[in-house]
Design a protein around this ligand. Structure first.
Ligand code: SF4
Length: 295
């Protein structure tokens, strides 16, 4: 069998070991070297070019439906020490009804974590986001696992590392994190700061005359229809707007146009975190109506 392997950035160092193992089994193996940030980004074109029979996509759970070339997902799990959960129980002593979420890396322990909390008289709620594969899973573009249970809970408890996932948990109730390195903190202030910056970009965009509308061809991000609707709405407001298509959205390539005052992003909603590098305000398409109202 001809197989194309695809790794997210943090797992690329495993490529050789995986390749050797699959070759030992008699497969012909190719490795995608392109950037990969999520299961929204499957290397279908590369797989077609090398006539692969399947893609093995590491580190993420399924995100898109059926694909032209079959995809096998190999998640990468890490264990979190359950003693950490017990250690920080006192910090959430004033809350009984808790919304629990984590990333795919720790999802295999969600039930165990729930049991630890329940044994300590907590009532645990676990929802499911529309784009997520698992209950209790959070993605940078999907906090539905909390939205679904928000009216039942007193606080959110996120188990996982990094800032990427918790920055979108923009709720009025307390949001706590326990990270695998043992850190516990309340992150509402940090989330608010992040949202203030995004709001600033929205206000600046309202003064723009020429818009670049960004569309990614990545399988789980492609939104041409949204881009066409945005173009129409901006033109109705007397603005000029161009739909810009690429696989990876690259701020340097965009700067070379030297034409746009602001960007509307229809691709991964987290691209806008790099807004300082874009040098122009950039907003996500879900903020378009708000932007139009400001114009
Ligand atoms: S769209 Fe962005 S946040 Fe969502 S899965 Fe893809 S890379 Fe992650």
């Amino acid at each position: 069998m001809r197989i194309l392997l695809q790794f997210p950035e943090g797992l690329k160092s495993k490529a050789l070991e995986e390749q050797k193992e699959l070759e030992k089994q008699g497969n012909e193996v190719f490795v995608s070297s392109a950037s990969c940030y999520g299961a929204c980004d499957l290397a279908i074109d590369e797989a077609k070019k090398v006539k692969a029979d399947k893609i093995i996509h590491y580190g993420h759970a399924p995100f898109v439906g059926k694909t032209e070339i079959p995809v096998e997902y190999k998640e990468f799990h890490q264990d979190i020490d359950l003693e950490l959960i017990k250690k920080h129980l006192g910090r959430i002593k004033n809350f009984t009804k808790i919304g629990l979420i984590t990333t795919v890396q720790y999802i295999h322990q969600l039930d165990e974590i729930k049991q630890v909390l329940e044994k300590n008289h907590k009532e645990i709620f676990i929802g499911k986001g529309p784009k997520c594969f698992y209950k209790g899973q959070v993605l940078g573009c999907d906090t539905g696992a909390i939205d679904e249970i928000l009216d039942k809970i007193e606080c959110v408890l996120y188990i996982g590392g990094g800032k990427f996932h918790y920055l979108t948990l923009n709720y009025e109730i307390p949001v706590f994190i326990i990270s695998p390195n043992g850190e516990f903190k309340r992150v509402n202030d940090e989330i608010q700061q992040y949202n203030k910056k995004l709001q600033g970009a929205l206000l600046k965009s309202s003064e723009a005359k020429a818009f670049g509308i960004l569309v990614s061809t990545k399988i789980g991000q492609f939104n041409l229809q949204g881009a066409e609707e945005a173009k129409k709405k901006l033109e109705e407001k007397g603005k000029s707007a161009v739909i810009l298509i690429s696989n990876e959205i690259n701020h340097i390539a965009l700067q070379n146009f030297n034409l746009f005052d602001a960007y509307i992003n229809t691709a991964c909603p987290r691209i806008i975190e790099d807004y300082e590098r874009f040098e122009k305000p950039i907003i996500n398409i879900n903020k378009l109506e708000e932007l139009i109202n400001f114009m």
